[in-house]
Write a protein that binds this ligand. Structure first.
Ligand SMILES: [Zn+2]
Length: 91
């Protein structure tokens, strides 16, 4: 279960190991919660109207803390480096 092909990157924080694409090709949210930043696709975006950027700014402001209690942060997790993988691509 280590195939990178099945992993998806969180567009909010850059976390690279989401199990599903955040949004399907049809545009629906996955309802997966990013274990890193806590953003839930299909809920935070569709229901709460929180943009990726707004959630990211909040996450950064709160110290870029690992969100999930059930899923552990990767070894040598570097939120800054992770964020840099998506930071430039978002409006
Ligand atoms: Zn995230």
């Amino acid at each position: 279960m280590s195939s990178q092909a099945n992993k998806h990157r969180c567009p909010v924080c850059g976390y690279p190991d989401l199990l599903e694409p955040p949004r399907t090709e049809a545009g629906g949210g996955s309802y997966e919660i990013c274990p890193c930043c806590g953003y839930q696709y299909g809920v935070d975006d569709d229901d709460r109207r929180t943009t990726y950027l707004a959630h990211r700014e909040l996450w950064v402001k709160n110290g870029m803390r690992w969100w999930s209690r059930g899923i552990r942060a990767p070894k040598n997790w570097d939120p800054q480096a992770q964020l840099s993988t998506v930071a430039s691509g978002l409006r």
